[in-house]
Structures are given as structure tokens and as C-alpha cells.
Design a protein around this ligand. Structure first.
Ligand code: SF4
Length: 345
């Protein structure tokens, strides 16, 4: 039996054509499109203002390929980790991080990741496939439902920092963001979306040329090439100098915010020299810095920086007028923190 086409892979024009062929009035295409992209329907059964007979025909001819929540864990700090199962049986994860001033969804862009950052649990799982635009949107829809259910608030922010390298799934990530931000989609502001990359200079330039409106974060973690290559093998082909040039190009073309993400590892990247290197780098790129607490994983033996070391590092940045925010780790007790996503219960 031929496999069905996913209804969400069709453009508005294609949907209009499908419904016309089925003898439906023109407004049905708008209704169907709104169910798919605005109301976040995950099945034809939810589309209650479409006639039952039409839903039955659509069900017979098309699939929805929707994500489903496979497993949900709630941390003591209110963070929620959702494990999702795709239509073809892959597992991915997304995290909802509540705070006083925001409700952030951290979403995945690929099943697994090939970049092999040495501190990251996902990096130990080879990539199986890219997520489709609608699988990325589904994560947002489902995490928004979890936000409403458990915290009574809607999502305010989205970060692409879950499983996978978003810029290696470029077209689908941009198509998902287009639907998330579109007026006839979820209508969220692109200023509330941050795409985080391990650092692919060529693709950062492509983002600039495509004039994207969302924010960009670089997982930096070391401001010299030798250390960064040890932590992130992708640095061998994308040196810090290459990244500086690409990020400045991005900033000039888009004016959008750039953030350096910097996880402090005990005895690795936390010395005064490391802090000086970071200050020197910040003089070359208009970026702010997020300092992130590390969460040890079973696959690697990195440890989190001691508190006094972390404070000295941050004090040095502040003395040199670098805006550095400390991101306390969230959801540690459920392996939902940065670098911990690996489909474990
Ligand atoms: S940190 Fe990101 S890019 Fe690196 S291995 Fe993990 S998921 Fe992949």
C-alpha cells in the first residue's frame, strides 16, 4: 500500500486544490489550514467544524504525522521534560522551563546529533534523521499545552537548544519558524526565538543572507581554538576566527542579538586566561554572554566548576564590562538540563 502524504506538507495553495477536487467550498481550505497551523490540531478528529464526511475522506487519503507525548517528567523546580515519539517511532525530547518573567520551550531539531560535542549526551547518539517543520511546530504546540496545563501560562520564548544542530536542518528549521511566527500560524514574535548553533560559519552567513529575524546563540565554551576543538570537534573546520567573521557578517546584515553560551567545566575552561580570552573575543563580536552551569552525564567525566571559581570568572568578565548572565541549571533531577537530553527516563 502506498504511504499517505502528510497533510501538513501541503502549502495553502495545494490544500485549496485538494479541497476543490473534493468538491468543497473555498472557505474549507482556510478552516483546514487554521486547524493545522493556528490551532495546532494533531489529528483530523479535532477539526470539529469540518463535516464528519470530509474528515473521514482526509483521514483515508492523508496522514498527520503528528508527534505524541511518550513520557513526561516534572522536576522539583517546575521544569517539564517531554519525550515525544514521531510517527515512525523515533524518540526526541523537548523541555519546558518556567521562570517568573518567561515560559521557555527548548526544542529539538534532529533525531540525535552527529557533531559529537564531548560533554553532550545527545552527541553520543548518531543522527537518525532531520525533524520535519511540523514535528518542530508540534513540540511548540505540545509544550505550550503543558505550560497551560501545569503553570496556567502560555509559552513566551523558544530556544533551539534541544537535540541536534539546527543549522544542519536549515530549511526545516526556518520553515518551522516561519509557521511559528506567521500571522496565520502561531503568531509568536521572532525576537522571542533563539537558534543556538555549535558554530557552522557558512550557515551563519546563510542566515545573514536570508535576513532572519530571530536571535542567534553560539555554543562557545572556550575562546581559544585548541580547547574548543577538544570540547567541540566541529571547531576543527570552523575556527574561532571563521566564526568571528561570520557572526559580524550576521550582525551587520540583521542587527539581531548574538549570545555566546559558555558552560564552565571544572579545570578545563574556567581559568583567568580563559576569562581573558573570552573578554578579548567579546571585543571582536557584539555579543552578550550566558554562563551555564554544567550537568554531568554518565557518558563523560566532565564536572561542573566550583562556585568560587565560577564567581571569579564572572567577576573578571564584569570588571571588563561584559554583560554576563548566569543560567542556573534547571530540571537537573530529571536529566532535562543543557546537554543532558538522551531519551533516558
Ligand atoms: S551540544 Fe548540540 S551540537 Fe553538540 S553534540 Fe550536543 S546536540 Fe549536537
Amino acid at each position: 500500500m502506498a504511504s499517505k502524504t502528510c497533510i501538513r506538507s501541503l502549502s495553502f495553495a495545494a490544500l485549496t486544490e485538494v479541497l476543490h477536487t473534493l468538491g468543497q467550498p473555498a472557505f474549507r481550505a482556510r478552516q483546514l489550514y487554521a486547524w493545522i497551523w493556528q490551532k495546532g490540531a494533531l489529528s483530523f478528529a479535532e477539526m470539529t467544524d469540518l463535516p464528519q464526511s470530509l474528515r473521514a475522506v482526509l483521514e483515508e487519503k492523508y496522514s498527520m504525522e503528528a508527534l505524541q507525548i511518550d513520557f513526561e517528567q516534572i522536576s522539583r523546580d517546575g521544569t517539564i521534560k517531554c519525550r515525544f515519539v514521531t510517527f515512525d517511532g523515533h524518540l526526541i525530547e523537548g523541555v519546558l522551563i518556567p521562570a517568573d518573567d518567561r515560559m521557555t520551550a527548548c526544542v529539538s531539531s534532529q533525531v540525535g546529533c552527529n557533531l559529537g560535542c564531548t560533554f553532550c549526551a545527545t552527541g553520543f547518539m548518531k543522527v537518525k534523521r532531520n525533524l520535519t517543520p511540523w514535528e518542530i511546530v508540534d513540540q511548540v504546540v505540545l509544550l505550550n499545552r503543558a505550560a497551560m496545563k501545569h503553570h496556567g501560562r502560555h509559552l513566551s520564548n523558544i530556544v533551539f537548544m534541544g537535540m541536534g544542530e539546527p543549522l544542519l536542518n536549515y530549511a526545516n528549521v526556518l520553515a518551522a519558524i516561519e509557521r511559528i511566527t506567521a500571522e496565520d500560524g502561531l503568531h509568536m514574535s521572532p525576537k522571542r526565538i533563539t537558534v543556538s548553533t555549535a558554530g557552522l560559519a557558512k550557515m551563519i552567513r546563510k542566515l545573514a543572507d536570508d535576513q532572519v529575524k530571530f536571535n542567534l546563540a553560539l555554543s562557545l565554551h572556550a575562546a581559544d581554538d585548541t580547547k574548543r576543538s577538544q570540547l567541540m570537534p566541529i571547531n576543527d573546520a570552523n575556527s574561532i576566527n571563521d566564526l568571528v567573521l561570520a557572526l559580524n557578517y550576521f550582525y551587520i546584515k540583521t542587527g539581531n542579538r548574538i549570545t555566546f553560551e559558555y558552560i564552565l567545566f571544572d579545570g578545563i575552561n574556567e581559568s583567568l586566561t580563559d576569562a581573558k580570552n573570552l573578554v578579548a573575543l567579546c571585543a571582536r563580536v557584539p555579543a552578550r554572554v550566558n554562563i551555564i552551569e554544567y550537568n554531568p552525564i554518565q557518558e563523560a567525566d566532565f564536572q561542573r566548576s566550583q562556585e568560587d571559581q565560577r564567581e571569579q570568572f564572572i567577576a573578571y568578565l564584569e570588571k571588563n564590562n561584559i554583560i554576563a548572565k548566569v543560567r542556573r541549571s534547571r530540571g537537573k533531577d530529571i536529566d532535562a538540563a543543557c546537554g543532558q537530553l538522551a531519551n533516558r527516563k
